[in-house]
Structure formats: C-alpha cells, structure tokens
Design a protein around this ligand. Sequence first.
Ligand code: SF4
Ligand code: SF4
Length: 371
Amino acid sequence: MLREKKNPYEIDETVYKRFKQKNNMLFRRLWDNTLATYQKMIDTNIEKHIESKKEGYSRVDFALVAAGWTVYERFPNAFTWERKDLIDIGYGVNWMKSKHIIENSESFTKAIKKAAKFYGASLVGIADVNEKWIYKTGFKRPNEISEAEAKKGVREGKAADSIYDQPIELPEGIDKVIVMGVEMDEDAISTAPAQPAAAASAIAYSKMAFIISCLGEFIRNLGYRAIQCGNDTALSIPLAIDAGLGALGRNGLLLTPEFGSRVRICKVFTDLPLTSDQPHLEFIEKIKDYCKNCFKCAEACENNAISKEENPTFTPATISNNPGVKKYYVDVEKCFEFWVENSSDCGNCIMVCPFSKIKEFLSPLEFWNKT
Ligand code: SF4
Ligand code: SF4
C-alpha cells in the first residue's frame, strides 16, 4: 500500500482496478436481479406521487424536472469522440484543417479556461490523464446520436449486456483532460429531496451537454481532438480532484470551495498541449478534517446510505463502489432505493452540506413563488 506522491489519494495498488461502468447503479438495476431496485427506475412511483398532491411532487414539478433534461437527452452532438463531418456553417472550413500553432502553453491554457467559462462552465481545471480513472469497460455512445436514442434499447431492457460492457480506451495522444463544474441552482437544491432539487440537477446536465458541445467544437476548429464526456468514459470525481477543483466528501461527492457539492461535473479529453493544474491539497486536508467530525450528510440521508464511520476506510459498501481507495464509501444500493421511492435523484446530502453555502432554505411552494 502506498500514498502516491503526485496525487492526494491513498490507493491500495494490489486491489485497485479500473471501474466497470456496468456496476454503476443505473446499469446494475438493469441486470442485477439481487437488487431491490432490479428493473425499476425513477418513474416507478411518479403517478403515485402526483396523485398524493404532496407539495413539490405535482405534475408541474415533474414536468420541470423532465424538461430540464431536454438538451442532455435530445441533442445528438453533446457527447461525441470526434467530428463526423466538417460542415460549412458560413465560416468556411479550410482554416480549420491544420493545427493551430500554440507557442505558449500557459497562455493558451488560460484561453481554453476562458472559453470553457464563456460557454457556461462555473469551474474549470486541467489535469494529466490518469489511466486509473478511465473506465475499463462501459457504455460507448455511437457518434452523433443523442443520449435518448442511444440508450433507448438499454433503458427498455432490450439491448444485449455487451452494449454497456464495451472496452474503453482513449486514443493515443489524448493525454489531457479539461474538467468543468456546473453550478446547480441554490434555491432549487434547498428544496431537496422534492422535485425542484431534481430539476436543478437535470438542467445542470443539459448545461453540461451545451458546454462540452461548444468547447469540443472550439478545440476541433483549432485542429486538435476533443472527446466530450458527461458521466461516461471515466470517473469524473478523481479527474476533478486531479484538476484542482476540490476534494472528496463523506457524501461521496466532489466538494468544491466555491459551491461544495452543488455542482455537476463534465470533462473534455484532448491532445491540446495544456498546462495542468495541481490538486488543491490545502482544501483536501481541510475537508478531510471537517468530514471526520461533521455527519450532516449522513444524518440527512433517509436511507442511511452514507457512512457514519469517523475515519475513511478501504471497505466498499457494495459492488458499485470501486475498491482500493481509502474513503467514505456510500451504499449506493440504498441511495438508489430512495431515488426510486422519491421518483428522482434526491440531493439531501448536497443541501445540508455547509460547503454548499445555501443561504435560504425554501419549501417547494416558496421556490415556485420566489421571483
Ligand atoms: S442522494 Fe439522498 S439517498 Fe443518496 S446518499 Fe445522498 S442523501 Fe442519501
Ligand atoms: S455534510 Fe459534512 S460530512 Fe458531509 S460532505 Fe459535507 S462537510 Fe463532509
């Protein structure tokens, strides 16, 4: 067992293996018949919730959530590994074919970060690609097909298991990753676990799709390669930590100094010659100490999915946790059971975390009435 010099993790190299995405709960619910949530999804209880007339669970609330996913689900160019065709949209294409000469990596890195923020990222950092975080196998979306189309068969349970168990290898020369955080709406998250909080998550996913589409094309217009990713292809949290965006919290999520866990993460892998950031070691140490004595997220979790151990461990809670890293493991089976019951993701562990910096906690009705 060794503590790697260049990164902030304690990794047991004899145990750690690249993650198989089929073990992610959203895929496991499709094939693992030992789960209470086998073949269930968050739509299971929606009509029951709507009929209950409970505040924050009305048809209007669910409409807000589902519509928030629109760009993420429907836009075919969101998650592509390469540009299929060079289409002239009125700016010509010849100038896009050669490689832009980058004379100064540091100043160009500033330009890339500027572009990422310009397209809508709240946070951006750069890291060297660490192969450990790339999925060993996973779902590879066909190029230029929307998420909804690509996953239709999978979601209906009609696709072969091999569809979400394909080998994942980044092409040679792709050695940098631009990692971005997208802030989730503070007021909406404050209503967790009601549906406006799920809508904050949904719209952040759609913003991710928008941002990486534009940033990927920006990079390709300069003659370099861009692989646009959401949660696919690689583990986003360690990439974000490597890129200096924050630390891993007890809640199993990235905590950032700016927004705590109130962010969604997306990334673009590239062969651009960028200057990497360093992990934010000072913040990582701060979170390590803070989470030891703060159990707010664990206490707020309705299904006791979050560890109440004082110290992080090497003991995973389920096969959906990738073993070999010392951390607080979250029992994501229990978490997903609550999602199915709640008819959406939940967000309690984001809402209560002091690092999320929520100034005012609103009821769903107050959320809708706030102008
Ligand atoms: S999302 Fe909700 S159910 Fe899942 S771990 Fe966080 S608080 Fe628990
Ligand atoms: S709520 Fe407390 S224990 Fe949980 S992640 Fe935030 S700071 Fe850490």
